[in-house]
Structure formats: C-alpha cells, structure tokens
Design a protein around this ligand. Structure first.
Ligand code: COS
Length: 379
C-alpha cells in the first residue's frame, strides 16, 4: 500500500512480514517488559540481510532502492519500533560512510556490517542534541593519527556496536566548520560504554552513552574532508529521517489494525462498536493520516532514489509520520478504552514507543525549523 512495488519488492516485504510474525510477535511483550535487546533474534534478521539493503552490490550488499527499504521498515515498525530502530541505527551510521567515504572506507565498513556487525552513529552529546553544531568531542591530529576525547549520549546500539561513525571537532576555533566525521572501531582502547538508558518505549533498542579517552584512530579513518562533518551529519539525517518516517507509518498502521479488529469484536449497546459512527470517524481519520504519511515517505524516498533534492520532504515526512503515529496510538487506546490502557493489551506499548518518533533523529520542532527554512528561502 502506498508504494508501487514490483514482484521482487513485494516478496521482500512478505519475507519481512513472515520474519516479524515468527520472531517478534511471540516475544515482544516479554522483551518490552524486561527491556531485552534481542541479540540472537537480531542476528537471524541479519542472516536474511535486512541490515544491508542499502549497501551497494559492489561492496557486497543488496543495493536496494530507498523506496524498497522504506516498505520493509514499515513492516518492522508495525511489529516493534525498537527492533526497527536497531536496524536503522546501523544503517544511519552506514549512510554517512556510503555518502562520504572512499571506496576503501565503504568496503571496510561493509565488511564489518555484512557478516552481522552492528553500527552506531555518534553525534549527540549532553550539550549537543538539537544544537548538533555544539559538539565538544575533539579529535587532535598527531602524526598519522587522530586522538579522540569526549563523550556522547543517547547513542542507539552503543553497547552492542562493532563500529561507530563519530563526529568530533578537529578545530575548536572554527565551531560548526571545525567538525569532522570518523570511522571508529568499537574495540579501540579508551572506549567505554557508560550508561544504558532505561527508556519508556522502544525497549528492545539499546541506547547508551560512550566515552572516548585518548582513543587513537588512524588518519585514514577520517571521512571526507576535515571541517565538513556537520554537513555530512545533516545530509545523513536528511536521508535517514524518511526511513524513520516509514517505521512510524508501520506503527500508525498497526494502530489502525488493532482498533479496526477490536471494533468488530467488541459489543456495546447490543451491537459491535464498529457500528458507532463516532468511532468509525476516528478510525477513518487514523487511516487518512496513515495513508497520507505513507505517501509522503514514499514520495520523499523516490526523490532520493532519483538523486533529486529531498531535504524539505524528509523533514515533512519524518515530522508528520511521527506526529500521526503518536496521535493514532492515543486514539487506538481511546477506542479500546480500559483495555487499551491495560498492559494486558499491546496498544499502550504503541503509545510509549511512538513518543520517541517526535524526539529522535531530530525533534519534530527541529523538523519544523528545517521546513520553515525551506519555505522562507522562497521569499
Ligand atoms: N545538508 C547539507 N548542509 C546543511 C544541511 C543539510 N541538510 N543543513 C545545514 N547545512 C549546512 C548549512 O548550509 C551551513 O553551512 P554553510 O554555512 O556553509 O551554508 C551549516 O550546515 C550550518 O547550518 P545551520 O546554520 O542551518 O545550522 P544550525 O546550527 O542552525 O542547525 C539544525 C540546524 C537545528 C537543523 C541542525 O542542528 C539539526 O538538524 N539538529 C538536530 C540534530 C539531530 O537530528 N539530532 C538527532 C541525533 S542524531 S540520531
């Protein structure tokens, strides 16, 4: 739905559906309750290649279009946003390398990720969240190495990462123009993982802090040019945001599915509540929002696939899909009433998970800053 998919793409989405039915559905309630990062299950997802869809074939990946990736991520988002976030955490870091790395760097990163490695994108710091330009982590060049010092927080996959893309300042005097991006292997001495966040939602996703203390990295681990790191981070996020939007659409669709199913079964005033027009309208609005978001995500990523600028569309897609996923989750609980509020039913989790869609990968306030920037540039 929403995407015009060919037979191969449909088969891939069907594979994702089958995988999620078998791997995620039976376990998710317990994983969510206990805050489990399901590493073994995630490895099975990697055996099927869901983490390498974007890696070009020449580096050993599947080389699929972003529209295809989105259709698959929608399926994962339907079953568990945390699981989708784990995959997207790896592919977020990967995007910076694929967009800015040399052939050798792309191959090196792909060689870690393809056999089942986990990647992490380390941009955010305690005082550099929405204000991403305020990164304080520094990388000083000494001979043919950089020495990395600083702390990152809220890093998806940090505890399980094999490799990071780290943003650090190579020239403090230049501020935002002094930031650079590096590939950093997780086993380098001086890296510690400090704090595993106990989150309200996406509890199958790992989020932790990372400290770099005198971490030596070879100079050839610099991505692109010194001083271009902020631009690379922004370009990466432009491409990642609509994929998050796709997972949000999956969650929003799940809310429609849960509400629609319940409405047919629940008898009230002597008839199924599906016959009550007040609820029919709520369900229709949920469907309208979901389909609108899906179209926006698909449109944005089809622009990306055709190398047509999509920064405005990416911010709109992520912002809208995140907001409506949260709204749908809230309405879904409302339709289920007391059962929706109970942890015995799966829908309260959807609301807890959906909240992060308005916060991570750039808050929805930041997305509005981006959109208004594009609008005002017209006049
Ligand atoms: N693509 C390429 N370059 C971009 C860009 C983009 N999408 N956005 C900004 N830049 C460039 C600008 O062109 C500017 O360079 P020039 O001076 O050479 O023109 C430079 O980056 C600074 O841009 P700007 O002044 O707009 O940056 P701000 O510090 O005002 O930040 C926001 C803009 C708020 C949009 C940015 O900091 C942001 O996206 N923050 C959220 C970060 C985020 O998503 N964090 C989530 C954690 S990572 S999962």
């Amino acid at each position: 739905m929403g995407y015009v998919l060919d037979e191969a793409q449909k088969a891939l989405v069907a594979n994702a559906h089958e995988f999620c039915e078998k791997e995620i559905k039976p376990n998710i309630a317990q994983w969510d309750r206990d805050g489990v990062f399901p590493l073994e299950s995630y490895k099975r997802a990697m055996d099927l290649g869901f983490h390498i869809m974007e890696i070009p074939e020449e580096y050993g990946g599947l080389g699929l279009s972003y529209v295809t990736v989105a259709a698959v991520m929608e399926e994962f988002g339907k079953y568990d946003l945390g699981y989708a976030t784990t995959i997207m955490g790896t592919t977020l870091s990967l995007k910076t390398v694929l967009m800015n790395g040399t052939d050798a760097q792309k191959q090196m990163y792909a060689d870690v990720i393809i056999p089942g490695g986990i990647g992490a994108f380390a941009l955010t710091e305690p005082n550099a969240g929405s204000d991403a330009a305020s990164v304080k982590t520094k990388a000083d060049k000494v001979g043919d190495e950089y020495i990395l010092n600083g702390s990152k927080c809220f890093i998806t996959n940090a505890q399980f990462a094999d490799i990071f893309v780290v943003f650090a300042s190579t020239d403090r005097e230049k501020g935002v123009k002094g930031l650079s991006a590096f590939i950093v292997e997780a086993d380098r001495p001086g890296i510690t993982i400090d704090k595993d966040e106990d989150k309200m939602g996406i509890r199958t996703s790992n989020t932790a802090s990372v400290t770099f203390q005198d971490v030596h990295i070879p100079a050839d681990h610099l991505l692109g040019k010194e001083g271009s790191g902020f631009k690379y981070a922004m370009q990466t996020l432009d491409l990642a945001r609509p994929v998050v939007g796709a997972a949000a659409v999956g969650l929003a669709q799940r809310c429609v599915d849960e509400a629609g199913t319940y409405m047919k079964q629940r008898i009230c005033f002597g008839k199924p509540i599906a016959r009550l027009q007040a609820l029919q309208f709520m369900l229709a609005d949920m469907e309208i929002r979901t389909e609108t978001a899906r179209q926006m995500v698909a449109h944005c990523l089809s622009l990306a696939d055709q190398h047509i600028p999509y920064g405005r569309e990416a911010a709109i897609a992520k912002c809208y899909a995140g907001d409506i996923a949260f709204q749908n989750a809230s309405d879904c609980i409302q339709i289920l009433g007391g059962y929706g509020y109970s942890r015995e039913y799966p829908v309260e989790k959807l609301l807890r998970d959906a909240k992060v869609l308005q916060i991570y990968e750039g808050t929805n306030q930041v997305q509005r800053v981006v959109v208004s920037g594009h609008v005002l540039a017209r006049y």
